[in-house]
Design a protein around this ligand. Sequence first.
Ligand code: AKG
Length: 252
Amino acid sequence: MNFDIGEYENKGFFLLEKFFNKEESNDLKKYARKRLLSDSDKASILQKKDKNGKVTLLSNWSTTLNNDVFSLIARDKRLVSLSRLVLGLEIYIYSHKITMKKPFQGGAWEWHQDFGYWHANGCLEPSMLSIWIAIDDSNKSNGCLEVYEKSHKLGRLNHTRRDEQTCLDEKYLNDIKKRYKHSFIEMKAGDALIFDCNLLHSSSENISDKHRWGFIASYNKNSNCPSDNKRDYGNFEELIEVPKGRFMKYIS
Ligand SMILES: O=C(O)CCC(=O)C(=O)O
């Protein structure tokens, strides 16, 4: 894996191409579709409206202490080692989830920093990161991730809750647009993006006839866990790492 921590720290993100091999990414796509496609209108899937009223979908899980395929991915040696390189050895899985945009319908994620959410959930320090793994090829027409490079250096900015999303205050966004470099992060299925919890990111609606799904595992330092267990995710739970590719044994 050719991870350049210097570039990650400077830009706030780093793209790892072919993070999962072909077999892993093909099987993961088939499995995720089989498991979640039929659920996509059920209550267990969060529906998040964007400012135009279009809906993007999110499924998340509160524990990794089982042999569930998605838990095993969050505990996979590759993701855990990468996160430990950045955050240090004492980390746990803050959350793991699947983000889904349906063809022609999937809505946008408005501009935000993940720490905008997580600080409000009781995490004090921005010693947190996410690894976003593309389940589908992700590009401008199906709503790939977009970032402002180096925006993590701004620290946490104010966010406001609008409908179901926690969005960066507009007044900051106007200045950031003028001063920071905007990038579309186009990815192939199996690529991974690791990014800092203060990196500003968003994604547009899906105007294509293709799905745009991604798996996201987020990691936190043990010492930074929220103290009040206010939510059913994000609370400290020991991280039990598993060997690379273990999830493939549980894919049916
Ligand atoms: O999937 C996306 O486009 C963005 C997801 C995201 O930003 C989040 O889950 O916080």
